[in-house]
Design a protein around this ligand. Structure first.
Ligand code: FE2
Ligand code: ZN
Length: 425
């Protein structure tokens, strides 16, 4: 079945390192789209004293022996039920070399010097090739500065886009009936638009909580408790939302190091005027910032600020635009200017402070452009779920008694559920 190469033994005999020169650089391999269907033939494999090189028709990559041994997928290295890696990295011998290597068009089989066997699908190795990347290299293949993580699964919007094609509104009874298709569709739409509505919901805490649990995941408590109650009575002094003032578009709990991923809001009653709700697509605004002033985008995604809650003695550090550390695509907007800590000791030069202010003010002005603002009235029975990583929410000043309740779900629970959901649909 396998064509035995036994190159390593020959290498040991010859004690000569093979010099490599490929027509394609390692980086070009990593750039190759890695779908299973695009299975390119392995032309050659070579071994030296610490790595194995694979040459495909369209590129090549090296793999450290330690990396290959560590990534073994056999049942003694990965628990077959939980898929957790059980190989003990510290116990892999320092000098772990192959005794024998076999390769065909699909599989690479390594018999290690201690007799352990490792089998890789060569297309998996190609997908996961790391040769040519690294922090010291410029133009990393995965660098997508200015882009948005999972952008193809999102519809970035402004006021006109939503007016032209409003997202579907869901019904409480369908959510509670555990209708699988509806639950999947609602979660997909939440990720796609950054918000959804669930109508005809009973005006009580329990029903609102159930929507959150069914669509997204377990409730995350805050210092305010399991349910977040906002009444414009100013009985609490923990947040401006408890007063009757207008609130600019913001994300919640910016002073957490891991702000919630989703917020559910339900206005149980309002006997008065004002209290219009506002949504703004913070990712769309970030994209506009990047298009209009890439340097400002760079500043807001590079310099961490402090966000404070003096009431809860909490403080977080983070950039306004948070990027994935691996891909550099935008993953979260943290936007609440009322929670900024003192802009001091930020590792900024005197000149950079000026640029930071310019960038913050530019993003703030984009967010407040009329064309980006979606205003509506949250009426009793209409539950709003908002992606708190992406979509900013706010309100106009409130007159008259109003009670709004809210629940939160963590970002990890939200994104995990969405990914699981996406696999199924
Ligand atoms: Fe809020
Ligand atoms: Zn193994």
């Amino acid at each position: 079945m396998f064509a035995s190469l036994s190159r390593f033994r020959r290498f040991l005999r010859s004690q000569q390192l093979v010099k490599w020169s490929f027509s394609l650089s390692p980086r070009s391999l990593a750039n190759v789209a890695s779908s299973q269907s695009e299975r390119k033939t392995v032309i050659d494999t070579k071994l030296d004293n610490h790595s194995l090189s694979i040459q495909w028709e369209d590129g090549n990559a090296r793999f450290h022996y330690l990396w290959l041994r560590h990534h073994c997928q056999c049942n003694s290295c990965v628990n077959p039920k939980t898929k957790q890696r059980t190989v003990d990295l510290t116990l892999i011998p320092k000098q772990m070399n192959p005794h024998d290597v076999h390769v065909d068009s699909k599989l690479l089989k390594i018999i290690w010097m201690d007799g352990h066997q490792t089998i890789f699908d060569v297309s998996w190795l190609k997908e996961n090739a790391y040769d040519g990347g690294g922090l010291l290299c410029e133009n990393q293949p995965e660098t997508r500065f200015g882009s948005i993580s999972h952008e193809s699964d999102m519809t970035l919007w402004d006021r006109d886009a939503i007016a032209g094609k409003p997202p579907k509104e869901f019904l409480y009874r369908d959510i509670i009936a555990n209708n699988k298709e509806v639950l999947q569709e609602s979660l997909n739409d939440l990720f796609r638009f950054g918000f959804i509505f669930v109508n005809d919901t009973p005006t009580d805490e329990e029903s609102t909580l159930k929507i959150c649990q069914r669509i997204v995941g377990p409730i995350r408590e805050t210092p305010e408790g399991r349910v977040y109650v906002i009444e414009n009575k100013a009985l609490k002094d923990s947040d401006l939302s408890h007063f009757s003032n207008a609130l600019q578009g913001h994300t919640d709990f910016s002073f957490y190091n891991d702000p919630p991923g989703v917020q559910a809001m339900h206005c149980l009653h309002h006997y008065g005027t004002g209290g219009m709700s506002l949504l703004v697509d913070g990712f769309k605004a970030a994209k506009t910032l990047y298009q209009e002033n890439p340097a400002a985008f760079q500043i807001l995604s590079s310099f961490p600020l402090r966000f404070l809650s003096s009431h809860f003695f909490m403080q977080s550090q983070g950039t306004i635009l948070e990027l994935d550390p691996f891909t550099r695509a935008l993953t979260r907007v943290r936007w609440n200017t009322s929670r900024f800590g003192p802009l001091t000791k930020l590792n900024l030069s005197f000149e950079e402070m000026e640029k930071l202010y310019q960038a913050i003010r530019l993003y703030g002005s984009i967010v407040r452009r009329e064309e980006n603002e979606l205003w509506f009235k949250l009426t009793p029975g209409k539950v709003l779920l908002v992606d708190n990583r992406r979509v900013l929410h706010g309100r106009s000043a409130v007159q008259g008694p109003r009670k709004l309740i809210g629940y939160y779900v963590s970002m990890d629970d939200y994104i995990g559920k969405w990914k699981e959901n996406r696999m199924k649909t």
